[in-house]
Design a protein around this ligand. Structure first.
Ligand code: PLP
Length: 402
C-alpha cells in the first residue's frame, strides 16, 4: 500500500501568488471596464537579447539536421558552458572557481529546493523572515525543521548570526522580497558563523546582476572563508530573461566541508544527486546561455537589467514622494514598502487594488515579519510602471492614508 508522504500535510494550503491572482481575477470580473496593472509578480517581460535569440535559432537548426543533431548531453551541463561561467566569475567578481565546481540545472528554484536532500533528513534549516517561500516549502516537504531568522528594517533585512548552531542556512541577496543587499561585513559575520558551526550556507544570488553598487558583493565567494561553507545558486532567469527558457547553475566548491566530510565530498554528493534525478538542461537553453556569456551577450543582458532597474528607481522615488517608507529598489527589482497607517499587508493590497487597480504582493505572504509591508516588482513595462505610480500618487494625495 502506498501511503502519501505526511510531511506534505504540514504545508500551508495557499501559496501567496495564487491568492493574489485570484483576488485580481475577481476584481477584473467584477469591474471589466477597469484594467488592472500587475506590479506584484517577479516575472520578466522583455524579449530575449538578440545574441541569445540567434543562438537559440541556430541550436534548433542543428537539431533539425542529422549531421549536427545531438541527443543527451552531459547530465551536469556542457563543459563549454561551465567553463564560460567560471571565466565570468573570474572576470566579473575576481573569484577563482574551476568549471568542475559548477553544476548546471533547469532552475535555481529546483536547486535551492533540492540541495537539502543530500544532507541528513530532519536537519535544522534557518531561513530569513520574510523569505522566498520555496526554501520553506521544500524543506517542510523533506521533513526538515525550519528556524526563522527575523529580519527587520534596522539591519537592512539581513539576519544576524543565530545564537545556536543550525545545519543549513539560506541567504538571498539581493533579497526577494525586500530588495535589499547584504553588505560585505554582514556576509562576513554569517560566513564566520557558518565555518565555526559547520553550517552549510545556501546563497541564492538570482538577482546578482542587479547589483550596480561596486561596494556590494554579488557572489558569496567574494567573502573570505566562503569556499569552505557556502553553496551558491544562480540563474539565467532574471539576468537574461530565461524565466521560460529554464537554465541555472549551482556552485559547490571542492573546499566545502561539513559534519566530518572530506573536501570534494559535498560536491561529489551533489553531482551524484543530479545524476539520479536529472538528465541535464536542454541543449537549446545551454546554447542560449553560452551566447549570453559572450562579451556582446553580457552587455545585451545587462541592458535588460538596466531597463528593470530604471523602473525600480522610478517606483522607489515615486512612492517616497508620496510619503511612504520604502526599502530596496536600488540594486534590485523589488521595492519593499511599509503600509501607511499601520494597515495590514492585505488591507493595503485591497485598498490599492480597489482604488488604483494596481496589484502588489502582500508582504505577509513571505512570512510573519512581512506583515505591514507590500512588495512592488519592477518587471512591468515602463508605461505600466509610470501609469501605476501616477494612480497611486493621485490616490494617496486624495485620502488621508499617509
Ligand atoms: C526568480 C528567483 C529564482 C530563479 O529561479 P529559476 O528557477 O532559476 O527561474 C531563484 N531564487 C529567487 C529568490 C527568485 O526570486
Amino acid at each position: 500500500m502506498a501511503i502519501l508522504n505526511p510531511t506534505y500535510n504540514q504545508l500551508q494550503s495557499s501559496y501567496v501568488f495564487r491568492h493574489v491572482n485570484q483576488k485580481a481575477a475577481e476584481f477584473v470580473s467584477n469591474n471589466p471596464d477597469k484594467p488592472v496593472l500587475k506590479m506584484g509578480v517577479g516575472n520578466t517581460t522583455l524579449p530575449l537579447a538578440p545574441m541569445v535569440v540567434s543562438a537559440l535559432h541556430e541550436a534548433v537548426n542543428k537539431l533539425a539536421d542529422a549531421s549536427t543533431y545531438s541527443g543527451y548531453g552531459d547530465e551536469l551541463g556542457e563543459a563549454s558552458l561551465r567553463s564560460a561561467l567560471a571565466d565570468y566569475y573570474h572576470k566579473a567578481y575576481g573569484v577563482a572557481l574551476s568549471a568542475d565546481e559548477f553544476v548546471l540545472s533547469d532552475g535555481a528554484k529546483s536547486d535551492t529546493a533540492n540541495i537539502p536532500s543530500i544532507f541528513t533528513p530532519g536537519t535544522t534549516v534557518a531561513v530569513q523572515n520574510p523569505v522566498y517561500p520555496v526554501y520553506v516549502e521544500s524543506n517542510v516537504a523533506l521533513g526538515n525543521q525550519i528556524q526563522y531568522m527575523p529580519c527587520t528594517s534596522e539591519t537592512g533585512f539581513v539576519p544576524s548570526a543565530p545564537d545556536s548552531a543550525v545545519d543549513i542556512m539560506y541567504l538571498c541577496s539581493p533579497n526577494n522580497p525586500t530588495g535589499t543587499v547584504a553588505t560585505r561585513e554582514q556576509l562576513q559575520e554569517l560566513v564566520d558563523y557558518a565555518n565555526k558551526n559547520s553550517t552549510v550556507l545556501v546563497f541564492d544570488a538570482a538577482y546578482s546582476a542587479f547589483v550596480r553598487d561596486e561596494s556590494l558583493p554579488r557572489s558569496i565567494y567574494e567573502i573570505p572563508g566562503a569556499e569552505t561553507c557556502a553553496i551558491e545558486v544562480n540563474s539565467f532567469s532574471k539576468w537574461a530573461g530565461f524565466t521560460g527558457v529554464r537554465l541555472a547553475w549551482t556552485i559547490v566548491p571542492e573546499a566545502l566541508v561539513t559534519g566530518g566530510s572530506n573536501p570534494g565530498e559535498v560536491l561529489a554528493r551533489w553531482r551524484r544527486r543530479q545524476l539520479i534525478y536529472f538528465n541535464g538542461p536542454s541543449n537549446i537553453a545551454q546554447a542560449g546561455g553560452l551566447a549570453a556569456l559572450t562579451e556582446t551577450g553580457i552587455s545585451e543582458c545587462d541592458s535588460l537589467v538596466d531597463y528593470y532597474l530604471e523602473n525600480a528607481h522610478y517606483i522607489k522615488k515615486s512612492l517616497e514622494k508620496s510619503g511612504l517608507e520604502v526599502y530596496g529598489g536600488d540594486n534590485s527589482p523589488y521595492i519593499w514598502v511599509k503600509t501607511p497607517k499601520s494597515l495590514t499587508s492585505w488591507e493595503f493590497f485591497d485598498k490599492l487594488l480597489d482604488h488604483t487597480q494596481v496589484v502588489t504582493t502582500p508582504g505577509v505572504g513571505f512570512g510573519s515579519e512581512g506583515e505591514g509591508y507590500v512588495r512592488f516588482s519592477a518587471f512591468a513595462s515602463l508605461e505600466t510602471t509610470h501609469d501605476a505610480m501616477d494612480r497611486i500618487r493621485t490616490y494617496l494625495s486624495s485620502t488621508d492614508e499617509t
